[in-house]
Design a protein around this ligand. Sequence first.
Ligand code: HEM
Length: 486
Amino acid sequence: MAHPQSMPSYWRGIPLDGIQAGILKPHGRTCLRCAFLSFHPHKPGSPSPGSHWLTSFFKLAGITSADKQIRDTLYRKEGSDRYDGGPVISLHLSRWGYEYFHIPENTLPADPFFLAGMKSDFSIEALSDPRPDRWEKAFQTDPIHVLVLLADDDPDNLDALQQSLFEGENDRYISHLHIEAGQKLVRNGNQYEHFGYRDGISSLKFFDSDNHIIPDRLPLVLRQNGLNRYGSYLVFRKLRQNVAGFKAHLDALAGKLGLSYEQTAAQVMGRSLNGASILRKPGSSTGLKYAPIDFQEDPKGLVCPFHAHIRKSNPRDAVHQSDPHQIIRRGIPYGSEYRDHYISNIPEQEVGLLFMCYQSSINDQFAYIQKNWLNSPHAPYAHASKKEYFHVGIDPIAGQSRGDDGEQNWLDAGRKRVPYLFSDVVNLKGGEYFFAPSIAFLRELGPGNRGDHPPKKPRSYSPRRSAGRRGYTHRTRRRRGRRKTR
Ligand code: HEM
């Protein structure tokens, strides 16, 4: 294992001390606050409130780097008293944030989904998303400029941090604040999500067991944004989980298939509720347990149906070059405590997933998966070489389809295919596309730098690039930040 002090902070020219924490490695904390900020507009000739807020943010908290994160992991492993274990903090800009800080066009991340925004017709139509008037109010109106992620094991620490960074005096800078609170659901040391499945099993790793970086994987997650500067796109989606609807579907389907609730749940996910794969080692009576899974063992989808969530979202060998589409999942549940999978056990409050993923291209990764795999009734096709499409149905967990051909083919006790539409158990409540730039880049947005004054001439927008700007209005009235915690 590399010793933390002897570790280089550069790997093949990539400065880890400039990359924000959470991208290459999960933050590893149990609580998360996602703070969505909109700033007051610039008054002519006066400095930007956002750049002043950033300066105080760097003074009070600062951003955790990948380098600090990995060293801290090593200190913890060796039981060193240099281990910190405190909050992990990261900051992301939306396309409107880039505009607000007057960042030159040539450094604006060019992904079409990022440029258009999640509320744009372009994104809504591509992903078959519900229109923003059906989203939560907080995501409907103001353009969100910045998303700050604060992660810690102690919710009281998070409350204090949240107060110092966003409330009180910060009213001078922030015109609108919305907080989403995430909490890991942990049972026997394992993470779960609200439908009752074990989660956090298959996540692409960028460090090997000796904590050495795996350079070949970096292009999947890092995008250069200046000389020696690397960042990553972040997709944020608040996904409400209809647990009662999910359990009712499972119950009805289990009856139709002549299988138990647990066996049917395994066909929905491709993993049992406890996380074990439903594919079995040849000649073995037990599942392959956890990752990695190779669907070549089951080319006809007779054990793990093609529509199962893990097969839909990562078909691996079923599609040519599936690798470039992988995402780096960083989501966390929201809502009340975990209730186990018994049918009568329904949470009283709204619950769901604060879905987040990093990638080097939203277009080729998150949007590709959602549009071409989860929402498509034909993907993934089993025999890529023959380019043979056949009906699979939409993803039962996260598929969104506008057509009426989403029905999946389920396997009954005799392995016969039974059509049934399992859908609408997850709904989008709002979200946005962001970019996590390098830390040096963000430091330069403070007063006296480019974030300080508005440009002399208003910018012009091409119709396509302004697609997501409908309804863009700066508030002229200063409002108290609203705090929402669950
Ligand atoms: C509320 C909605 C969702 C729930 C409850 C959910 C739940 C899960 C669970 C339980 C797993 C298996 C555990 C694991 O492999 O770590 C999983 C895997 C995965 N999910 Fe989701 N998911 C949701 C939405 C999405 C969306 C919207 C996407 C992408 C657009 C997605 C992509 C993936 C991927 C890529 C995997 C890993 C598959 C693999 O490599 O085996 N999920 N999800």
